[in-house]
Design a protein around this ligand. Sequence first.
Ligand code: ATP
Ligand code: MG
Length: 267
Amino acid sequence: MSGALLEIENLSVSYRGEDGRESVAASGVSLSLNRGESLCIVGESGSGKSSVAMSVPRLLPSPPAFYPEGKIFFKGEDVLSMPPDALRAVRGKHIGVVFQDPIGSLSPLHRIGEQLVETLLLHSDISRAAARAMALEWLEKVGIPEPLQRFKAYPHELSGGMQQRVMIAMALILGPDLIIADEPTTALDVTVQAQILDLMRSLVGKSSALLLITHDLGVVARMATKLAVMKDGKVIEKSEDVIAFFTEPKHPHSRALVAEARKMELH
Ligand SMILES: Nc1ncnc2c1ncn2[C@@H]1O[C@H](COP(=O)(O)OP(=O)(O)OP(=O)(O)O)[C@@H](O)[C@H]1O
Ligand SMILES: [Mg+2]
């Protein structure tokens, strides 16, 4: 086993339906990711991107999800065989997750500042005053204007873009080694999308890694240091040279995706 931060080896993810039938969402997936890198998984809807990415923090409800084959090493430990409490610790502190829909992961009942404070208090040994200061600092860092006032806001009082910024703060405030973002900007308009992506890129830096899921090659071009294309549950092409991928995609399906993206860009 190599020393990569994240090493996915020959992973299969399947779902078992209520009738007992099994469907394969991903198979034979091998990916690796190191600090300082941003790996984008790109592919059409249903290709298995989320199934693979959400397996890492074990966020797929299981059942119906199960893992017929493969291993996921995070910092050298196999998350597929981790006991639940070790898993909870990893998930809380070492892996930050950003979803497409911030409302799903922010509590509607609590002020955003308090949610950040509670996250900090749950996972670290600092005083409430220190947590409050840090929460404020993070609201500022993710570009929330007037953080002191916004600290007391409820999620629904913020725009979609601002909610997404709060969720990024939630995902990053504990200093995770790995950030997993599944279509984090799909619901946002183009300008806000670009701002959020730039923000994520600047925050990931050298000491952590980003696993970013998207169906948008424009996002890949902006964010990836390496990429994997998925189709029908399989990784059909991987590249550590993003520019080369865009100029000369190897797999016919990748070529079609790139051609399609070019066409959209011209419109
Ligand atoms: N809970 C589930 N139960 C059964 N099948 C599922 C479940 N979740 C996903 N699948 C199936 O697994 C396959 C891969 O889905 P997945 O959500 O991983 O794809 P995706 O690439 O993330 O798609 P999208 O771009 O639409 O988010 C699809 O065929 C999907 O229908
Ligand atoms: Mg998905």
